[in-house]
Design a protein around this ligand. Structure first.
Ligand code: COA
Ligand code: MG
Length: 340
């Protein structure tokens, strides 16, 4: 009962077609969560890449149930198609002709070191409507992030009143992994004044393997340290952690094993490259019904205690503090986010 009530409240949250922060709680229901106010959580259980140069695939976006869709300028796009991808993504944002309802509308730029990033930003972010999230691959150093912050300000000069873009950074080299805490610390600092808010880290396993000279295997044992480290750093900075791509997209059994492993390690989502991978990954990263029931009951108990003016309280034998409460809220926000 409680669970259904909470779901009803949360389902009043609507996503706009192509807008900044797609998950917003409506004003009336927001009061239910006033005491929990903090950064709005955007679930990214399934992070699907769609090559920005492939119009046929881009037009399929409304039919695919991923909660984060990334229109890609980077590795999914051939060098000869970079300009076409930029221009197509700009047109999609400008015209809003593709429906992103229920999805985090995002764009992956080329890396800073590619020499293509600034042109990507300038063209794509000059559109009338902005994506809610931008992804920056191959962030190897603090300097890459600082460069990006400067250029982003310039690219957004005509969007002065817009809300901050969420930023997802990629770690995909030994150098990047070693500097990851420093990069995140700077990212959080820059988030105060830059037009972005650092929101997550993606682990780019194939570039990482190439960089360290490891051979990729299905079991991904060669990536154990890096994956655990990415989760640890992400959680230390309260960021989302997005796990590697399972490249053999026809092997859904293998994908299930790897997805459940990633969710068990603490990743909050996983990258996918093909629509057939979406339901498997979505299921692995969605909270168990028992956990959802716990979260709904906890949030309701918290409201009750707040009304009675009590501070700390015990719930089902457990002392409840703010992190647990935020965890419960995140779970409810995740399940409220219906995927077609
Ligand atoms: N986004 C949207 N639609 C996609 C898609 C994607 N990433 N991948 C496949 N589809 C569509 C196809 O267009 C096809 O629909 P259609 O028959 O109406 O054209 C349907 O899903 C089935 O696709 P399928 O024929 O099995 O695969 P494909 O040969 O068209 O594409 C890949 C296979 C791997 C090339 C493709 O999935 C892809 O480009 N993925 C993204 C790769 C990428 O971005 N890599 C870089 C990030 S790691
Ligand atoms: Mg990569």
């Amino acid at each position: 009962m409680i669970f259904h009530k909470m779901l009803r409240i949360l389902r009043t949250s609507k996503c706009v077609r192509v807008d900044r922060v797609p998950l917003t709680v409506s004003h009336s229901s927001a009061s239910t969560f006033q005491a929990l106010e903090s950064k709005q959580y955007i679930p990214r259980r399934v992070v699907l890449y769609v090559p920005g140069s492939d119009e046929r695939k881009l037009r399929k976006i409304p039919t695919i149930g991923a909660d984060c869709v990334v229109m890609d300028c980077e590795d999914g796009v051939a060098l000869s198609k970079k300009e076409a991808a930029r221009s197509m993504i700009h047109t999609i944002l400008q015209s809003q002709e593709i429906d992103f309802t229920g999805k985090d509308c995002s764009v992956r730029f080329n890396s800073v070191q590619s020499g293509l990033c600034e042109a990507d930003m300038q063209e794509i972010l000059s559109a009338k409507f902005l994506p809610s999230t931008v992804h920056l691959p191959k962030v190897d150093s603090v300097e890459h992030l600082e460069w990006f912050a400067d250029k982003l300000k310039l690219a957004l000069k005509d969007h002065k009143d817009a809300a901050k873009l969420r930023l997802i950074i990629f770690t995909e080299s030994a150098e990047s992994l070693l500097s990851l805490p420093e990069i995140c610390r700077r990212g959080v600092e820059l988030s105060r004044d830059a037009p972005f808010e650092l929101d997550g880290i993606v682990f780019g396993s194939d570039d990482y393997c190439a960089d360290i000279g490891a051979t990729r295997t299905k079991e991904a044992k060669e990536l154990a340290f890096a994956r655990q480290y990415v989760v640890t750093v992400a959680k230390a900075f309260k960021l989302q952690a997005i796990d590697l791509v399972y490249i053999d997209y026809k092997d859904l059994g293998g994908l299930k094993i790897q997805s459940e492993e990633g969710a068990g390690m603490g990743f909050t989502g996983k990258q996918v490259i093909h629509p057939s991978q979406v339901p498997v990954v979505y299921a692995a990263f969605s909270p168990h019904p028992d956990k959802v029931e716990w979260a709904a009951a906890l949030v309701q108990a918290f409201q009750q205690y707040q009304t009675e003016g009590k501070g700390a309280f015990t719930f089902r034998g457990q002392m409840i503090d703010m992190p647990l409460l935020l965890q419960a809220r995140n779970i409810l926000q995740i399940v409220s986010h219906t995927i077609r």
